[in-house]
Design a protein around this ligand. Structure first.
Ligand code: GLA
Length: 745
């Protein structure tokens, strides 16, 4: 199949290039050009219209190999108010010539001209499944290279742009998208994720109506408040006026995710002519990237995909793609070690003896990795001091970290450590020495959050300092893992060491330096693994996930709250990267909520498992329960974190019940988790009809926790589990069950 795709693409590109060579600049020749990318179950096609614009032609289910896509023709003016370039769905529209829809690119030239009209110059194949297209302004020397590649397995496209100034004067880029996507005219429902600290991953769903929905972060970082992901489901009941609901397992869904950990923006626009357009890239708010002659700016990558199996199908494709292409150890990242983390148990009160005692208890449970959180460095007694001073606190660890690390290693675990490299407390040696290293506007107040300021990582000296201390920490100590935290957002984002016209580059250079430090550290210390944390899920995106092995989805570890958060998280990111700790009950956040240890364990076992409870307070029974469930988890972990996820019953919207299922890629195993919130009136747990099994294969049922109502077979066909289904014996408040199905040979 791959070969056909490649041949088809080459023949298209060959044809394209021929046309350009034979008739350079001739618009009649250009209009014949259609570019087509096929992968998975998707086809993406665009072409050059008679005006020279690059126009979207098709994005949807895969077309036949010999089907042709009609050539591009720009849409006419609508009365005298909407111009052809506003009406025509362009692949990457410059702001100029009366463009009223969202532009991909907006610039100001040195002479004050702000008109930019991008026309096609040429296309070059850049690989078997990728293309580069050059656009240029109609008169000025501004060039844009659009990069496209399609993943042959999932059909997910990766798109980004590179903008080059070949003028003799600087040009300021005020808005630069990675890509614009156009969907066929229809009625749609938009899904997107919002939140706040301790309340991330809320799924919002709403009909797409006239106007524009903006999802964004202006915070200098990805943010808890919105996540750079979207999904758009086609509404099948086009002729009804009733409520629109996106379907989990059926129907067409277009989705995308932006790989950027700085201020970002995605707009979903329903135009005056009913076109739906998605534009995403750098957030234009306070943006202004000056390009000197000869310089270029590369945008982040915007990934986009298509599924005709509903939102569930969309997230399964995205998970597979992230595991196969995004993560540092793609295509085969190892399941995450089961960790113990000290934060909720000891907070800042860490010491050699205390951590060693905890490590012994953690090891007895079968934990693989012991992570010491905040509090080990500088004068860190609480969150008022110490950030920036990355030396070991000699009162807490008089002999350094080595004895603790040796102890952890001798217990058969590896060792991880918490750092927050981009931050500084004003009460620190670093700040006293370098007060100018933080983001600030001279003479203006420096707003603190959690008593800390943000180091300006765009500066090369700051970059060097951060990489230097991290490199030394990893060189001097046997550290397998860093939990890389980032506990506030930007304020006063000034950078006064560079000329005024360069200062807004901070939005880009900060993030690029962050990525390059992570890349350098990984290269120098190939065994290191890293978690991206930002007060929970404030920095989760496909940009950071290229350099980090896992993320911390939320500081909220309440096992019931986590069910809906994990459900929301799973729309965009795979269980593989989703760390989930079991912590104490009653929980500190919803402080009267008490849950059993097995409920908490099962809630966390849906992702990459960790223990964050104070083991000093555990009973022998607790140890026995956790040990048993960790062993069970280890035995099915690959399926849970790397399999196909089905959100069987959503916990959202005040549901009394929830259930999720994962099926291994070879369909040899399925694992199902089920939870109640509070059943009412004696109602039974809903019938569970499993999904994704091989109908003709025989599967044996194995209980991890709980049981089914009498009469459930111990073994049955995939068809039985999927069609007849089983009924759990699960009622009451905060109850949980889990089982596995193993294929019999
Ligand atoms: C953040 C993290 C927590 C913990 C604390 C330590 O809030 O999300 O997990 O590491 O910082 O200060």
């Amino acid at each position: 199949m791959k070969l056909t795709v490649r041949m088809r693409l080459f023949s298209i590109l060959f044809g394209t290039l021929l046309l350009v060579l034979l008739a350079p600049g001739s618009s009649s020749a250009r209009t014949e050009q259609v570019f087509r990318l096929d992968g998975g179950n998707a086809t993406y096609a665009f072409g050059v219209n008679e005006r020279g614009e690059l126009q979207t032609l098709y994005w949807g289910g895969r077309l036949g190999p010999h089907d042709s896509v009609p050539a591009a023709h720009s849409l006419p003016e609508w009365a005298s108010f909407d111009s052809p370039n506003t009406n025509t769905p362009q692949e990457y529209a410059g702001w100029g010539a009366g463009l009223f829809t969202e532009p991909a690119l907006k610039v100001t030239f040195a002479d004050g001209n702000r008109d930019l009209v991008l026309h096609f110059v040429r296309a070059t194949p850049s690989g078997a499944q990728s293309l580069e297209l050059l656009l240029k302004d109609i008169s000025r020397e501004i060039y844009v290279t659009l990069h496209y590649s399609i993943d042959p397995e999932s059909g997910i496209l990766a798109r980004f742009a590179s903008i080059e100034n070949r003028q003799k004067q600087p040009v300021v880029i005020e808005q630069a998208a990675a890509a614009q996507w156009t969907l066929p005219p229809a009625r749609y429902t938009l899904s997107y994720l919002t939140g706040r600290w301790a309340g991330e991953w809320t799924v919002n769903q709403e009909p797409i109506q006239g106007g524009e929905r903006v999802i964004e972060s202006r915070r200098g970082t990805t943010g808890h408040q919105a996540n750079p992901w979207f999904a758009i489901s086609r509404d099948d009941s086009q002729n009804t006026a009733g409520p629109i609901t996106a379907d989990e397992e059926h129907g067409e869904v277009w989705f995308g995710a932006l790989a950027w950990s700085g201020s970002w923006r995605i707009t979903v626009e329903h135009s005056q002519l009913d076109a739906v357009r998605v534009t995403g890239g750098f957030n234009p708010f306070d943006f202004g990237y000056e390009l000197k002659p000869g310089e270029h700016l590369e945008t982040p990558v915007f990934y986009g995909g298509y599924s005709d199996h509903g939102l569930g199908g969309a997230s399964r494709l995205l998970h597979r793609f992230e595991i196969a292409h995004i993560l540092p150890h793609a295509p085969d990242p190892k399941p995450r070690p089961v960790i113990y983390n000290s934060w909720e148990a000891t907070e800042f009160n860490v010491s050699e003896a205390g951590q060693e005692a905890m490590a012994e208890k953690a090891a007895s449970l079968g934990v693989d990795r012991f992570v010491m959180d905040d509090g080990w460095f500088g004068q860190r007694k609480d969150d008022h001091a110490g950030l920036g001073d990355w030396y070991v606190n000699s009162e807490k660890f008089p002999r350094g970290l080595k004895p603790l690390i040796d102890k952890v290693r001798s217990l058969g675990m590896d060792f991880g450590l918490w750092v927050e490299p981009e931050m500084v407390n004003p009460d620190s040696d670093l700040y006293r020495k370098h007060p100018d290293w933080v983001l600030n506007f001279p003479g203006r107040p420096r707003s603190e959050q959690r008593n800390q300021l943000v180091l300006n990582l765009a500066r090369s000296d700051v970059r060097q300092y951060i990489e230097g201390f991290l490199d030394k920490l990893l060189t001097d100590n046997d550290i397998a893992f860093l939990k890389w935290d980032y506990n506030r957002n930007w304020s006063e984002p000034g950078w006064d060491q560079v000329p005024v016209d360069q200062q807004r580059r901070v939005y880009v250079e900060f993030i690029r330096n962050l990525y390059s430090i992570l890349a350098d550290l990984r290269q120098k210390h190939p065994k290191i693994e890293i978690e991206s944390c930002s007060g929970g899920g404030g920095r989760v995106d496909l940009g950071i996930l290229h350099y980090t092995d896992e993320v911390w989805p939320s500081d909220n570890t309440d096992p019931f709250d986590r069910l809906s958060m994990q459900d929301g998280f799973s729309y965009a990111y795979p269980p593989q990267v989703m760390m989930a700790w079991v912590t104490d009950s009653p929980h500190w956040l919803n402080n009267r909520r008490t849950t059993s240890l097995s409920y908490r364990m099962l809630s966390s076992m849906q992702g990459s498992l960790g223990i964050g409870a104070n083991l000093n307070n555990w009973t022998p029974d607790d140890f026995a329960t956790a040990k048993r469930l960790i062993a069970d988890y280890h035995s099915v972990q690959r399926t849970i974190v790397g399999g196909d996820l089905y959100r069987v019953i959503s916990p959202r919207g005040g549901s009394e019940f929830s259930a999720s299922e994962t099926v291994s890629g070879d369909k040899n195993q399925a694992v199902l988790f089920a939870f109640t919130h509070s059943t009412q009136e004696g109602r039974d747990f809903p019938l569970l009809q499993l999904q994704g099994l091989e109908p003709d294969a025989e599967y044996k049922l194995g209980w991890i926790e709980g049981k089914a109502l009498p009469g459930t077979p111990e073994s049955a066909s995939g068809a039985w589990w999927m069609r007849h289904g089983l009924q759990l014996d699960l009622r009451g408040d905060f109850q949980a069950a889990a089982f596995r199905l193993d294929r019999q040979r």
